[in-house]
Structures are given as C-alpha cells and as structure tokens.
Design a protein around this ligand. Sequence first.
Ligand SMILES: [Zn+2]
Length: 297
Amino acid sequence: MPELPEVEALRIGLTKYLPGRTITKVEVLKPKLISGRGNIRRASSKKTTTFIHGLTNATFKQIERRAKNLKFIFKDGQIMLVHLKMTGQLVYVGPRSRVDGGHPIKESNRELPNKQTRIIFHLDKGTLYYNDTRQFGYLLYYPDEAAFQKENHFELHGPEPLNPEFTEEYFVSALKKRTGVVKPVLMGQEVVVGLGNIYADEVCFAAGVRPTRKISSLKRGEIGRLYWAIRSILKRAIELGGSSVSDHRLADGSRGNYAREHKVYGRSGEACLVCGSLLKTVQCGGRTTVYCPRCQR
Ligand SMILES: [Zn+2]
C-alpha cells in the first residue's frame, strides 16, 4: 500500500504535467470505483453519467494531497478525490513523458490500457490511466468545493506530520487521550496521518520504543523521541521519493531510494544495524512488525 511519501511523490510527478491539460473524453470501465467508498460498492449509472459529464472538457488546475488522498482541482472548480488504497496506480503517458505512481502493476509496464485499467482520461495531450488490481481504490467527483466540503472526508484525520500544527505538545496531549498499543495508534491516522506499516516500524526503531508497548506506559521522553522520529523519517522519505519496496513505484517510474535506509522493515532475522542483535518479528495490530529486542524497550 502506498504510504504518505509515495503519494506525495506521485503528486509532485503529476503536477509537472497535468495543470493546463484538458480532459477530452472519460472512459469508466469499472463504474463501482467512482460510485462511492468502502469495500462493498454498487455501480451507479447516475453517478457514472455525472462523473463523465462533469469531467469532460475540464482543465486541470492543481493537485493537493491530504494524508494519502489526492485532490485534483479543475479550473471551473470541479474536484476529483482519488484514493489508491491497496493496489491503485495512476499512470500519465504524455507525448514525451511518463509518470506513474502507487502500486506497481506489471502489465502497465508493457501496455496501457491493460486488464487492470479501470478509468481512462483522454487528454488534449496524453492520457491518464487509473489501474487497480483489487479495486479497493476510489475516484469521487464533486461539482465544486462546497459539495466536496459537505462530505467531510477528512474529519477523522489528524494533522499532517510535516505541517506546523503537528507540534510536540499536540502529540503528547493526543496520545494521552488514546488507549491501546503504539503501532496501531500511529497507523490509525487520527493522531497523525500518513504512517503505514513501513514507516510505523521505522519510527518505533528510531525512537527506541517497541511497537507493542501500551500507550499508557510511554514516558514523556519516549513520546518526544517518537515525535522527532515521525517528523524526520517522513521528511527524509519524501525527499528521497518514498520507499519502493517491491510494491511501490515512484511517480517518475524509478524506484524509491528510502528503501535503502530502512533499518528494520523487511529485515526480519537480520542483524540490528546499531547493536548487532537479531531483529525479531511479531504480529502487532494485524501487521507483520519488525523490531530490535535490545534497542527498543
Ligand atoms: Zn539493536
């Protein structure tokens, strides 16, 4: 699943080419994906018609990101919200350029469209493909900002980790209100957005905190180290274009570089880079979790 740094890399990549491009034709091959959120969605022909009519002849203005959502804003005020979920991928193919990001789909390297292609936006220059193997992703259309705001998409989202409102004081007080275990709370998006399996493990290692610790047992100093680790690790990962660990591809088609800096993720059974102990694996919050039994307490 693409995490915050990978989605941000995709946003930056698409922003080089899409603003100013006009959609000339929309093909909705899988109406379910534009008909709502959640795993059980019924295709709606009314929504499909609205989606196609609303976006045909629309010109891209800018692309924003909130958590792992991409918000495409068009010149006449229309909005398309895209979430890639587990296996979504966006590929822009232009006259002399290609940008792809999200889940790596092998067929997409050979041909486009392919059997994983769900939505096609034909542009005045180039084509934008939405591909999705497991089809959990969604693309939602709104005629304007007011209609978008009404849905309150981001109401359960905590602050962006690199924005000024994510302060250490905020983090301390937000954790005080939580029960449960460190890793699932970090991944829950309500205290802070953007951390998934990879970055939650890396943050806990950098902070010297076991992912399985109870929130209520954390000392003030440990919370401070977690805060510092969240900011510095995500900042570094965005600078490097994310972690393309086997299942992510970057916006420019290259592999992300942050994977080279992983200290624990994907290194189960290998030696800790700090103390040499063998890294251990546990299940935590339903996810495979790697930690150092000596460096993390
Ligand atoms: Zn260690």
